[in-house]
Design a protein around this ligand. Structure first.
Ligand SMILES: [Zn+2]
Length: 352
């Protein structure tokens, strides 16, 4: 009898060790990005109040862990293992409709959220006031930096030296932070790039100033991401539809060491994105990448290098390559996105 008990115990232990031994899935956290919550603001940056309510109801009802942004960024910065289904709610630009149409829903569910404010715009027509921002902060919001004047940080003015440009964008960031702290108190150094635009000089400055930088290229943020250009999923206009909303909330990070490519195209208008995949549970043979106009050319080497290049030159303006590949288990996708910016033919900047 004793012998049988020991054998049973041994088997049980063996099985449990085996269960623990399973390769670990690295989860990311999805930074949800909104701008307007309104029916009659520009569609490309808006979600309707009903659409927003449905998004919030979905993440609450379906068991997502809705973390304050700082908690998620701290976890990523310390390389902590994230649990599954972590999301964080963010708004850019501090439009007044956040207070009118989103805040009542967020309050109803008691959800944390972050507003990235361009401080010069606060109090103007159509934007939040500091009193409204303070009220939302008392109810669980955090306020973070979106520069002072919502400048295109990557754009050096024609009459500016490089040193003057860097000094100007340094002031954009530092001044905005001072105003935020004067109005609402100490706040973590988190910067959302206006228009999601960055380049190597901007990243170097943001690093020097000690900020975490947040972009607008899509994908879940994870231990694989650079803390200077964390991805977010925009949920506005056509990107707010429920089917793609669920797919995006369930994405897994691309197991790849982040490469800080210069997204500003110089001579090559058809840039190449090359990703070196680390070990993981994915089906690389089913990877696809999309650029403007459809699927890109895609080469997958034996060494698990994924090389994507658009079939045609990229258009003037901002565009992205979005790569996905299915996970081995479950109906889920790994997602990676790369920003590109192409100037006008005469090397002037495109108008926004
Ligand atoms: Zn903005």
């Amino acid at each position: 009898m004793v012998k049988i008990t020991w054998i049973l115990l041994f088997l049980l232990l063996g099985f449990s060790v085996k269960a623990i031994d399973k390769p670990q899935i690295v989860h990311g956290g999805v930074l949800m990005q909104y701008h307007h919550v309104h029916i009659s603001t520009p569609s490309s940056t808006s979600i309707s109040p009903d659409g927003f309510s449905l998004h919030m109801k979905t993440i609450v009802d379906e068991g997502y862990r809705i973390w304050p942004l700082t908690k998620l960024l701290d976890a990523i910065a310390t390389q902590a293992l994230l649990p599954d289904k972590v999301v964080s709610i963010t708004f850019d630009d501090a439009y007044v409709d956040i207070y009118d149409n989103a805040f009542p829903v967020l309050k109803q569910y008691n959800l944390p959220f972050t507003i990235f404010v361009a401080t010069q715009l606060v109090g103007r027509k159509g934007y939040l006031t500091w009193d409204q921002i303070r009220e939302m902060k008392r109810a669980g919001a955090s306020i973070a930096n979106h520069t002072h004047s919502h400048a295109h940080l990557v754009r050096m003015a024609q009459d500016e030296s490089k040193a003057e440009w860097i000094s100007r964008i340094r002031n954009e960031i530092v001044f905005a932070q001072e105003i935020i702290e004067r109005e609402i108190g100490p706040t973590p150094k988190q910067l959302a790039y206006p228009y999601g635009e960055y380049n190597p000089e901007v990243l170097a400055l943001v690093k020097e100033l000690g900020y975490i930088g947040i972009g607008q290229q899509s994908g879940p943020a994870s231990r694989y991401s650079s803390l200077l250009m964390l991805p977010r999923f925009p949920f506005s206009g056509p990107y707010s539809a429920m089917k793609s909303f669920r797919t995006k909330l369930n994405t897994l990070p691309f197991p790849v060491a982040e490469t800080a490519l210069n997204p500003i195209l110089k001579n090559d208008e058809t840039p190449t994105l090359s990703l070196e995949l680390l070990e993981g549970n994915y089906r690389v043979s089913e990877a696809t990448c999309y650029g403007p106009g459809g699927p890109t050319e895609l080469k997958i080497t034996d060494a698990k290098q994924l090389i994507a290049r658009n079939k045609t030159p990229l258009p003037v303006g901002r565009s992205r390559y979005n790569c996905t590949m299915p996970a081995t288990l479950g109906n889920r996708y790994h997602w990676y996105s790369q920003l590109w910016m192409r100037k006008n033919i005469n090397q002037s900047w495109y108008t926004e």
